[in-house]
Design a protein around this ligand. Structure first.
Ligand code: CDP
Length: 206
């Protein structure tokens, strides 16, 4: 059983995917962390963030790098992740790992941008989680402030809009709902309401 959870930045994919995995007793993979790790290593290396060769080499050897979880969650690393994510060779290097993860028994929930369209087009359940850019920016702002970051709403909103733009318009695996995805707009929902809606949609599609 594979559940694909896709959607733009800070729409609530992670919260929903974790809750679904817990509800059904499945494994969970946040695929964004893979791209974030490539972005982080590239930033640490002081190299050119657009260097496809270096980014691909990092993606191919991702297991060899150590990182701290909090380092991955910054907006700078999110932006770097979305830049390296537009490099076809980087995406290709991360594909096998994601597909093997998805095959685990009794099931797996993967969240990202292209799970229902590219990584697992045969997923049994596909959800596309979305929300307005303003709502997403205020959720991300709260998250960042909780971790002690000094950021403004405007800066976070601008970052989210830029990332949306890049993720939707890249040529490989652009951010788009799969044709057979159930779209859930969480703009007016609490986290609990969004989780219930996702569990309902996944239960009826299973
Ligand atoms: O947490 P948030 O939604 O802000 O971002 P994320 O899921 O950690 O993903 C960071 C970046 O990685 C995104 O902006 C995408 O460009 C890229 N990504 C992707 O291209 N494909 C995926 N399956 C997951 C993430």
């Amino acid at each position: 059983m594979i559940i694909a959870v896709d959607g733009p930045a800070a729409a609530g994919k992670g919260t929903i995917a974790r809750a679904l995995a817990q509800h059904f007793g499945y494994h969970h993979l946040d695929t964004g962390t893979l791209y974030r790790r490539v972005g982080l290593e590239l930033l640490k290396s002081d190299g050119d963030i657009h260097d496809a060769k270096v980014a691909t080499a990092i993606a191919q050897n991702l297991h060899a790098y150590a990182w701290l979880d909090y380092e991955l969650r910054t907006e700078a690393v999110g932006a770097a992740a979305s830049i390296v994510a537009s490099i076809p060779e980087v995406r290709a290097a991360l594909l096998d790992f994601q597909r093997s993860f998805a095959e685990q028994k009794p099931g797996a929930v993967l969240d990202g941008r292209d799970i229902g369209t590219v990584v697992c087009p045969n997923a049994h359940v596909k959800l596309f989680i979305t929300a307005s850019p303003e709502v997403r920016a205020s959720r991300r702002l709260a998250e960042l402030q909780e971790s002690g970051a000094d950021v403004t709403f405007e800066a976070v909103l601008q970052d989210i809009r830029q990332r949306d733009e890049r993720d939707k318009n890249r040529t490989v695996a652009p951010l788009v709902p799969a044709k057979d995805a159930v779209v859930i707009n969480t703009s007016e929902m609490t986290a609990e309401e969004a989780i219930s809606a996702a569990v309902r949609a996944a239960s009826s599609a299973r």
